[in-house]
Every structure is written in C-alpha cells, then in structure tokens.
Design a protein around this ligand. Sequence first.
Ligand code: ASP
Length: 439
Amino acid sequence: MIKVCKFGGTSMASGMTMLRIKEILDADIARRYVVVSAPGKRFSTDAKVTDLLLESYRSLVETGLCGAAFGKVRERFLGIVCELGIDFDMTALLDETQREIEREHSEEFTASRGEYLAARLTAAYLKAPFVDARDVIRFDAEGKLQAAKSYLLLADVLRGNKRAVIAGFYGADEAGRVHTFSRGGSDITGAIVARAVGADLYENWTDVSGFMVCDPRIVENPARIRTLSYKELRELSYMGAGVLHSESIFPVREADIPIRIKNTFRPDDPGTDILPTSKCRFGDQVITGIAGKKNFTVIFVEKSLMNLEIGFVRKILSVFERHHISIEHIPTGIDTVSFVIDSTQLHRGEMNEMLREIGEAVRPDHMHTFSDVAVIAIVGHGMSRNIGTSARLFGAIARAGVNVRMIDQGSSELNIIVGVDNENYERTLRAVYDEFFRY
Ligand code: ASP
C-alpha cells in the first residue's frame, strides 16, 4: 500500500504544525512520499512565504536587492528550525538561495524557493531524502506540464526509497529553467507524484476537514461532503470551492487513484473522498455541492435566423481569441447567444473594441452587455436521476426574490449554472442551500 501525502501551507506554517505532520506520517507506514507547500499563514493577518518571495522579486527588479521581504522569509524558516530544535544549517541554505535568486532574476524561480526551502527542511527533519522538483517535474518551453515525462522521471528517482520529500509547486523545462504551476499548485505536484508511483491513495492534508456543500463564510454551518466524483470536484473547484486546485484531478483520474482531503489539525475527521463516478455512493442525494464566483460580464448577441448562418458563433469566438479572452459559458437560444466572461480579464476600453469587432464580423440585430454578474453552479450526479430538480432550484431562487439573468445546463446533467446580479449572490446561495439541505 502506498500513500502520497501533500501538506499545504498551514500545515507547514510553524515548527508546531510540522510536529503534527511527523505524527501523521509516523502513524501509517504506507504514507511514504511527502509533497510540501511553502509555509503559509500562522494566523489570519500573517503573510504566506510565497507572497513574501514575490514581494522580494519586485524589490529585486526595482532596487537590485531582495530587500526586507526576503528578511521575513529568513525569519520564518529560522523560526521553524529553532522550534523543531534540529541540527540543520538553515542560514547557509538561505544565503545560497538569496544569491541564486539574485543571479537567476526570474519571478517563477523566486516564487518556487518557498517550496524548495520547505522541502529541504522537511527532509532534514524526517531524515528522508530530498527530491528537487526541478529534476523530476518537466515543463515544455512554453511552461506546459509534460506529464508522461514527469511520471517517468519521478518513478525512477523514487523507486527503492521507502520515504522521500518532494518540493511542490514547481518544476523545470529541458534547459533547467524553473516554472511554477498557478497558485496553490502543490496540489498538482502531489497528484503527479501519486500517479508516478501508482499510489493507492493521494492524501491531501489541509486545514479543513474536507469540502463543505457550500462556502461556510456565506452559509452558516453547511453540511460536509463525504464523497465527490472527480467530475463534481472539477466543477466545484473551478467555480470557486477553494480546498483543492482544480487541475489536480487530471493525473490521478487516469489511474483511478482516489484523493482524500484530510485535516492536519483534526486527523481523525473522515474528510472528503474524491473518487471515480462509478465508485461514488450517492444515495438519495440530489445535489452534491454549490459553488460560485462574482464579477462576470455577459455579452448578449441577437440575430434573426442566426441558426442558419454557418460559422456565426465561430466568427464571434475568433474575436475573443484575438483578445486572449477565455469564455466561461455560452448559453444559446435560437436567435440569441450569450458569452459569459470573467470581468477581471478585460482591460479598460477593450469591451467597446470587441463589440465593434463582433458587429463587423456577424452584423447582429442587437447586442448588449451586462456586468456585475455572479455565476453559481449547482453540481451533482444526482440531478440526472431526480425529476424536478430545476423546478425546486428556480422555485427557491424566485421565493428569495432574485431575478435569474442567465441559465446554462451542462450537457452531462452534472451541473446547472445560474447567473444573478452580484448583489444577489449570497442570498441565492443561501436559498439554494436551504432548499436542498435544510429540510
Ligand atoms: N505556495 C504556493 C502558493 O501559495 C503553492 C501552494 O501552496 O500550493 O500558492
């Protein structure tokens, strides 16, 4: 039995939390391969080491020196070594890292050093070999992960090691240039390691006891989700459920390796299991989770007999492509089509420019945009088996006095997406939660 354990930033935040990591690992010999994040926050106003490193990089660009922010990184790591009481020359490693940051002059390299230092320190603490992700996680020159290559490199290095500590979040291209995943990317590293060693389980240790049905900052004391399918997870995490990076399922899904979300601070809590759909037990549950995000813009285009015009949608999409805008949803009618985009992608004035280009490309009868839209996804395989789910959903939203601006149902009947005004976001989430979970 092999388990890969990834520990997140809060689990790595201090010597005290690292003691818990050791207890967790010692409690189960199957927990062999350990992936670590950089130290995160110890309390709500604390800084994450990765943010301090990014600040160091900005200072390096502006002043030629890593500055005060790197001083804080030093303090964090020296504090952890001191709390753990281990014999490890952290000062020498920090000095060398600072010199490398100054020499490499790269944002991604600088950001990656939190995981590098954390993994070096954890390996010394656990008396286990350290594996530098630079040697085993491979990206191409464009920064795209080369998964198959990485599995081979990892399997090769880890074979024969009873235990090893691997730095999360980064890797390198063939030329040795360091690349990072997007923020929270150590989750992806953990999944890649699990796939490479053919793990029986990928345990992702964090500071919550798994996924909740809904954001607990909005819905009071929501129910926990015991099992989720990979597909449901992807929908929920993409739509803002922040427990796990939305790309982490891809490596493990191919090999049916389950992911278990566990709480470092309550290790006996069962957590949430993420499994292939065929292995999930849904019971009579209609929906599994609700997630959402604010601040979308909808572009609505209308043209009579649009359906007969071959290439209509493609012409519009090529306008977005030229502007490097990615589309979240495309609800369509017979003579209408809407494009939902994340407003943070738009530069000032870009919308007018795009509307002009769309106008030229397809000569619509009418076009308008509305912004400040929140998008809410109601996710669950149970929807396809339960007639009347959408009636209950829209009934609940109507009773809450909220106007629905947009509806999109994924073709797999796994989700229903509704768009509402930003100001109605919280109210809608509560109404939907109450309808399906508070009987
Ligand atoms: N340390 C990185 C971040 O803060 C990656 C991670 O923790 O997964 O995003």
